[in-house]
Ligand binder design. Structure first.
Ligand SMILES: C[S@@+](CC[C@H](N)C(=O)[O-])C[C@H]1O[C@@H](n2cnc3c(N)ncnc32)[C@H](O)[C@@H]1O
Length: 276
């Protein structure tokens, strides 16, 4: 079980170079387009669980001169976010260490809250959604993009990528998260009192041979570097030989023109009640 501040929760992806690199490849245009359409210059936005800030900085550009604050529980990610904002010369983008269980904002002070692959980590969302409602101004905007690993597409039941995602899914479940949260997101937000504005699903696909090569290389590095893979072996979910063989399997699959996968995400935009 996680404590109120989530400090005893294991974050499954970890902070290996491969995991952080994966987050750094994200952007507001690529991962938050559904949310950008609802933003206006001057709005204040909180990006919760911002990681290295690659999406946060794009949101900041969209609402300037409004302020965007990225918060993350991991100080190394906050440093990366600050470096990124400084290198882009952004004056309206701050990064602060903080927890989604105890957001560093006053009541009713924020125009919008955004999150990308953050809610999947918490099976009991009540305390997190309660914090979001507390900091949002009445009628405030939220946008969340969350994974649904169980609804993802793989060209074959024996695909290497499918096997990696199966271990990842099991690890998230084991750590008290919800790897299939995408499908449940509108219900969770509606039950928490938010008014749903739009709910959609999207696939992340590596669409060209070059993108596919990059994606498989990234997955191979994630497999090699991640603590969750080592734990899958020590817990007996995979054999040592299956763990070793994965790198070759991924390489072979990368070179197969017929291999294909699409990771599913739900994209939901909602508002808090105007009279909260
Ligand atoms: C999958 S990453 C997503 C990062 C970023 N939103 C993105 O999509 O590129 C999840 C992030 O949530 C952060 N995190 C985990 N538990 C948290 C908590 N209790 N409060 C704030 N951030 C947390 C992790 O440190 C990690 O950077």
């Amino acid at each position: 079980m996680a404590g109120k501040d989530g400090a005893d929760r294991v974050y499954v992806f970890g902070y290996s170079p491969a995991a952080v690199g994966m987050m750094e490849n994200r952007s507001a245009e690529g991962n938050a387009r559904f949310f950008l359409d609802h933003l206006k210059p001057g709005m204040s936005v909180l990006d919760m669980g911002c990681g290295p800030g690659s999406i946060t900085v794009g949101i900041a550009a969209a609402v300037a001169p409004g302020e965007v604050v990225g918060i993350d529980i991991e100080p190394s990610q906050i440093m990366l976010g600050r470096d990124r904002a400084a290198s882009l010369g952004l004056q309206n983008c701050r990064f602060e260490t903080g927890s989604v269980y105890d957001l560093p904002f006053g009541d009713r002070t924020v125009d919008a809250v955004f999150g990308h692959t953050i809610l999947m980590q918490f099976r009991d969302l009540d305390p997190v959604l309660g914090e979001i409602k507390r900091v949002l101004k009445p009628g405030g905007l939220i946008g969340f993009r969350e994974i649904d690993i169980g609804a993802s597409l793989f060209h074959s039941e024996t695909s290497a990528i499918r096997d990696v995602m199966t271990i990842l899914r099991r690890s998230i479940l084991h750590n008290d998260g919800n790897p299939d949260i995408g499908r449940a997101l509108p219900r969770l937000l509606a039950d928490a009192g938010f008014n749903i504005r739009s709910a959609a699903a999207a696939y992340n696909c590596a669409t060209t041979p070059e993108a596919k090569a990059g994606m498989y290389e990234m997955m191979a590095q994630l497999w090699k570097q991640s603590e969750f893979v080592a734990r899958a072996e020590s817990d007996g979910w995979i054999s040592p030989s299956a763990r070793r063989a994965m790198t070759d399997r991924l390489e072979q699959e990368a070179g197969d023109p017929g291999s294909f996968s699409g990771t599913t995400y739900a994209e939901v935009v909602a508002y808090s009640p105007a009279t909260a």
